[in-house]
Design a binder for this molecule. Structure first.
Ligand code: F6P
Length: 537
């Protein structure tokens, strides 16, 4: 791999004086540096990548054996080496596939659970399964991380399709979250889904107990208004949830890749089994594209290569995800977990130090809101932040089509502004036209210069639907996978979350005054003292 990284760095150095705007003057630039899959368009022509850079990146992907490793994943090899697990979330969205793990065909059980979810969702949506006070009006999903972000993100994204009970998502152990969520809900018509792969996560189990107490105060049989989603049948039974309301899955589904199966139950309740099927079909469609399209036309591979170019080669360590779609409000947070929990690692597969930077810092907000908040830095700050725009051709509000066009105009304007910039001569001309002269003209003009030449990509879709959302999520999942393969790390474990969890467990009795603080560092002692001392009257 070394020589491929070196070749990329050497080539990047030759592009130091090349401007993206100049690259875009080539007539074929936009066509050659964009790719389509079905109705989806990925434009990466507003980056500094040229033909040679792209060819070198494709060589890098080939040297990393991306295609063989992709097949190993789909085949069910135990590519999550630190946990000894297969990685088969793709099986959840391709229910007709034949998938074996340890020689056993796992699909009959996946299909059976899916059929139970469909029947449960149908019966609840049609009022056949009721709460003590009548048909369910509300569903509270209690989970965190991968057991929360996926369904919470998708529920908001697919609001136009939501015709079932209202869904609410509680994740934070901060009592404020469950308090504010349950306030105003009727326990007699609320279904609580405890969603936890392990059924041990302290935040989720604490919130589940709080919800059970809330329910018990008004409902004769609170357990009858609970359902659970977990890999641990023993623990869900110990919590008192009837097996008929427990939807299991296997350890070969990673938490942040789990919204396609039972963890998506709240979404299925909201949009119905048919809508959920469309979501799965979108994911399966992207899987097929990822498996069969040539690397140079393969959207997940291209997204990954652009990411590698910006992060590892250009040295831009963050990545802004900027959906021009208010309903994708939670997508940046979802992608943050997907990318940062998967590829935020400093050790490669074999335990040696990673030779390249780990995955990028991912962050973002929907446009146009972000424009009035942090875009200042993106346009004129000293750091370069590659921006990833997402925009749909069509909204869901025909009466407000003019607002959608304004949204699209803003999205396109931002990528154009980042690329084009505004020179000192242009800024001087503008300020001179306003009557400024001399030193004041010079000073004011300099503040209005935009360096430009700032890279962005745009993912354009026809409309945000269950199918296209499924495509988008699977696209990003595979992008993260390809980046991980190229970096040589295991994208499917998350040991970096463990130490903080262990220390929190040890700190709780100290905060409660049941254990000594001796042995803690001075800063922690100071903070414990402050946080446990009553304010002076
Ligand atoms: O702490 C990280 C993590 O393990 C995530 O990977 C996971 O999505 C989340 O916690 C929730 O875990 P669980 O579904 O087991 O409650």
């Amino acid at each position: 791999m070394k020589q491929h990284w070196q070749a990329l760095r050497a080539h990047h150095a030759t592009l130091a004086d090349v401007r993206i705007s100049t690259l875009l003057e080539a007539p074929a630039r936009a066509a050659e540096f964009s790719a389509r899959h079905g109705e989806m368009l990925f434009d990466f022509s507003k980056t500094s990548l040229d033909a040679k850079g792209l060819a070198l990146l494709l060589n890098l992907a080939q040297a990393a054996d991306v295609e063989a490793k992709r097949e190993a994943m789909f085949r069910g090899d135990k590519i999550n080496v630190t946990e000894g697990r297969a990685v088969l979330h793709t099986a959840l969205r391709n229910l007709n596939a034949a998938v074996t793990v340890d020689g056993e065909n796992v699909m009959p059980s996946v299909r059976a659970t899916y059929a139970r979810m469909v029947e449960f969702a149908r019966a609840i949506r049609e009022g056949e399964i009721k709460g003590q006070g009548g048909a369910y009006t509300d569903v509270v999903n209690i989970g965190i991380g991968g057991s929360d972000l996926g369904p919470a993100m998708a529920y908001l994204a697919l609001t136009p399709y939501a015709d079932g009970p209202r869904c609410h998502f509680v994740s934070n152990v901060d009592g404020a979250h469950i308090h504010d969520t349950l306030r105003g809900l009727n326990p007699e018509t609320t279904l609580v889904i405890v969603a936890s792969k392990t059924f041990t996560t302290i935040e989720t189990m604490t919130n589940a107990e709080t919800a059970r107490d809330w329910m018990a105060a008004k409902v004769a049989d609170p357990a009858a208004q609970f359902a659970a989603v977990s890999t641990s049948a023993d623990r869900t039974a110990a919590f008192g949830i009837d097996a008929s309301r427990v939807f299991g899955f296997d350890d070969w589904v990673g938490g942040r890749y789990s919204m396609w199966g039972p963890i998506g139950l709240s979404l299925m309740l909201a949009i119905g089994p048919a809508g959920f099927d469309d979501f799965l079909a979108g994911g399966a469609d992207m899987d097929a594209h990822f498996r069969h399209a040539a690397p140079a036309h393969n959207l997940p591979i291209l997204l990954a290569l652009v990411g590698i170019w910006h992060n590892q080669i250009c040295g831009y360590t963050t990545r802004a995800v900027l959906p021009y779609d208010q309903r994708l409000l939670r997508l940046p947070a979802y992608l943050q977990q997907l990318e940062m929990e998967s590829n935020g690692k400093r050790v490669s597969m074999d335990g040696s130090d990673l030779e390249e930077q780990s995955g990028p810092v991912v962050w973002g907000e929907p446009g146009t809101n972000g424009q009035h908040a942090f875009y200042q830095l993106i346009h004129q700050g000293t750091r370069v932040v590659p921006c990833e725009f997402i925009v749909a051709r069509q909204g869901h509000e025909p009466d407000l089509a003019h607002q959608h066009l304004l949204l699209v105009a803003n999205c396109l304007a931002q990528s154009e502004a980042l690329m084009r910039g505004r020179s000192l001569a242009e800024a001087t001309g503008i300020m001179a036209a306003k009557g400024l002269t001399g030193a004041e003209l010079d000073r004011q003009a300099r503040h209005r210069v935009f360096p430009g030449n700032r890279p962005s990509t745009t993912l354009a879709i026809p409309q945000l639907t269950p199918f296209t959302l499924g495509q988008i999520i699977a696209l990003y999942e595979h992008r993260v996978f390809v980046e991980g393969v190229i970096l040589g790390l295991n994208s499917f474990d998350q040991w970096g979350v463990e130490l903080g969890k262990e220390l929190a467990v040890a700190l709780q009795p100290i905060l409660e005054g049941r254990a000594s603080i001796e042995g803690k560092d001075a800063s922690t002692k100071l903070l414990v003292d402050y946080l446990t001392t009553a304010p002076k009257a």
